[in-house]
Design a protein around this ligand. Structure first.
Ligand code: GFB
Length: 298
């Protein structure tokens, strides 16, 4: 391939990296200029689980729109190809779509209220990418993963997502001899999860093989209920106690099943890591490094 690909990792606005502060367009344009970049993978965002999204809608909107404005402008200025990462939570809620979610349904109605700030900021990234392509001829593409998980996740119980939160809860219950783990909500919602390494491979494949205007879903369409997921994680950790469901906590969207048919039609013929295998590798990485993992302060 030979082209230099730079992945912009997720960083919070307030703890900006010395190398590249994404809210300061000057520093981005400068840093992009210094490298022989040809393609940028933009996965930098203010992200969080259902609770953080519900409580910080304005910050999630502002921080993401600011970063996206600067990244797209810098890529235009430096004539770089750009691959921006969206999320299936930005699709319209169930009243406005047919399941599974296909790319042509992205703007057919409002997203679920639990993450509208983040969802509209990411929808605007899709719109902005097409606008830059139309006016400036920029080769900006967008990809739509579902819920990602894997090693190096954020294990903060307040701002994190369900898989890292449950891995930590079961691990800490086991090492402290507790006989109950509390799962948020009713356990009924259904989710699709893609192992982060698989998503990275598909994104690199699209960076090389796709120059189209419209987004591409990349997620593993294997669905699981939160209750079954909790049982899978509990067994893998070796927890022998009971589950308790806290319905005072948000369930969020009931489901967001997505189709990866377009990706297959584009010629991607790879396989996804099964949820069981992905969880096993993630739990092993966590328990080997606990408590020196992101989001845990003992
Ligand atoms: O991962 P999560 O926070 O994100 O929650 P969403 C998924 C489901 O897991 C919800 C349940 O139904 C939660 O109620 N859950 C059970 C838990 N126990 C826990 C727990 O201890 N912590 C958490 N966090 N959840 C996000 C969007 O929605 O998905 C983001 O808000 C982004 O913007 C992300 O798109 C991928 O799937 O509900």
């Amino acid at each position: 391939m030979g082209s230099e690909i730079v992945a912009l990792e997720s960083m919070s606005i307030r703890a900006s990296s010395n190398e590249c502060n994404l809210v300061e367009s000057a520093s981005i344009i400068k840093s992009f200029k210094s490298e022989k970049n040809q393609t940028v993978i933009h996965c930098a965002a203010r992200v969080g689980g259902v609770k953080a999204n519900t409580e910080y809608a304005a910050d999630f909107f502002d921080d993401n729109v600011k970063m996206n404005m600067n990244v797209l402008n810098a890529c235009k200025e430096n004539k770089l190809k750009l691959v921006s990462v969206l999320s299936t939570c930005i699709y319209p809620d169930h009243l406005y779509v047919q399941y599974p979610l296909t790319e042509d349904q992205l703007h057919l109605g409002p997203p679920h209220p639990s993450n509208f700030g983040y969802a509209y900021a990411k929808r605007m990234l899709e719109v902005q990418s097409r606008a830059y392509r139309q006016q400036h001829g920029c080769n900006f593409i967008t990809v739509v993963p579902n819920n990602l998980y894997g090693p190096n996740d954020n294990y903060d119980l307040d701002s994190g997502h369900v898989i890292p939160a449950l891995i930590r809860k079961f691990h800490e219950a086991k090492i402290h001899g507790r006989d109950e783990v509390v799962v948020w909500g009713t356990g009924r919602p259904i989710r699709e999860f893609t192992f982060a390494r698989d998503a990275a491979k598909i994104i690199l494949w699209l960076a090389e093989n796709y120059d189209g205007e419209l987004p591409v879903n990349i997620g593993n369409p294997e669905q699981v209920s939160i209750k079954s997921l909790a049982k899978m994680i509990g067994e893998e950790v070796g927890f022998e106690g009971r589950l308790a469901f806290d319905s005072s906590r948000p369930d969020g969207q009931y489901q967001k099943p997505s189709s990866n048919e377009k990706l297959r039609e584009l010629g991607w013929d790879g396989n996804y890591t099964s949820l069981q295998d992905g969880l096993r590798e993630t739990i092993k990485s966590f328990s080997e490094r606990y408590p020196n993992v992101r989001g845990v302060t003992i």
